[in-house]
Design a protein around this ligand. Structure first.
Ligand code: 13P
Length: 336
């Protein structure tokens, strides 16, 4: 498959991406919340459980894995990558090395992982990965973000994307503006627009063919501590307005992160945007928490809860699948 074809397969109608690429420290935090020890084996069990959910491939086009998972095998010895491929789910890989303090910019981060990236991409491709993810983290605060932070992260995202294209992996370009804070939706709009403007400037400057990438952005939301929370309709309108202005039509798809929204809010926002419709790109999801949270809770680390956990995961995948075409509503939640 060409990179264009893989990118289009990842944003096929009714489908979206499962982000299951939590680093070892991050998955430990998720397991801590349900009182489960994080070991190589519990992590393998949990992720195998998600990937083997009956018919999840009806709504899940691809799964982003962490390095450890890409190398793991299911209980019956089948490599997890193979297990995904057999279902028609495209395996992907997180390739950044995490967000670290940006020198000279208190409170701001730069994502590391460019050194040696070409060789790692060659290895990952050999292990079956067909797309990759790199996340930049931008905080909103007093005087933040700085133009310096936005420019440094945009540059790194484009360097990563260019290397992915060279090595035959579709790059998911993820500039995440955190929604922690008291800022209004207008501030979120302004920061998102500025960030994406710089990101696309760098992608073009570094000769990245936009037909071969996917953008994974935040939605334009009120800060989580903002007293004036925007409605679902407002979020959809502001997000769509922003993306129409700054995301070139050549990009095949926009796959949102959930970023700490409740699972139902993440679905409702995506649904409302697709109701507006008429876009040059597909509007889809690449959710981590919003797809996994109910399944994690239902599982609670107990093998006997596997079926309940898979049902919870399937339900969220199906709801988000419906939101891809604006066909989701509250009644569908209640019916479950
Ligand atoms: P959330 O949907 O939990 O924000 O995770 C998506 C992701 O992959 C962040 O990099």
């Amino acid at each position: 498959m060409s990179l264009e074809q893989t990118a289009l397969a990842l944003v096929a109608p009714r489908k979206g991406i499962l982000a299951a690429d939590e680093s070892t420290p991050t998955i430990k935090k998720r397991f801590d919340q349900i009182g489960v020890e994080s070991s190589e084996d519990t992590r393998r069990f949990y992720r195998e459980m998600l990937f083997t959910t009956d018919h999840c491939e009806d709504f899940i086009s691809g799964a982003i894995l962490y390095d450890e998972t890409l190398r793991q095998s299911a209980a019956d010895g089948t490599p997890l990558v193979k297990l995904l491929e057999n279902r028609g789910i495209v395996p992907g890989i997180k390739v950044d090395a995490g967000a670290k303090d940006l020198a000279g910019a208190p409170g701001e981060k730069i994502t590391e992982g460019l050194d040696g990236l070409r060789d790692r991409l060659i290895e990952y491709h050999g292990l079956g990965a067909r797309f990759a993810k790199w996340r930049a983290v931008i905080a909103i605060g007093d005087g933040l973000p700085s133009e310096y932070c936005l420019a440094a992260n945009a540059h790194a995202l484009a360097r990563y994307a260019a290397l992915c294209v060279e090595q035959g992996l579709v790059p998911i370009v993820e500039p995440e503006i955190l929604m922690d804070g008291t800022h209004t939706i207008e501030t979120s709009y302004a920061v998102t627009e500025r960030t994406l403007t710089l990101v696309f400037g760098e992608l073009l400057a570094q000769r990245v063919p936009l037909e071969q990438i996917l953008l994974k952005p935040n939605m334009v939301l009120s800060g989580y501590e903002c007293p004036q929370q925007a409605s679902v309709r407002e979020v959809a309108e502001q997000t769509v307005r922003c993306f129409r202005r700054v995301v070139p039509a050549a990009v095949p798809g926009i796959v949102f992160l959930s970023g700490g929204q409740s699972d139902e809010a993440a679905t409702a926002h995506l649904n409302e945007m697709n109701r507006i419709g008429g876009f040059p790109w597909q509007l889809s999801f690449s959710y981590g928490r919003a797809l996994q949270q109910p399944a994690l809770k239902a599982w609670g680390g107990k093998p006997e809860n596997k079926t309940a956990a898979q049902q919870a995961f399937f339900h969220r995948a199906k709801m988000n699948g419906a939101a891809r075409s604006g066909d989701y509503d509250d009644a569908m939640e209640q019916a479950a």
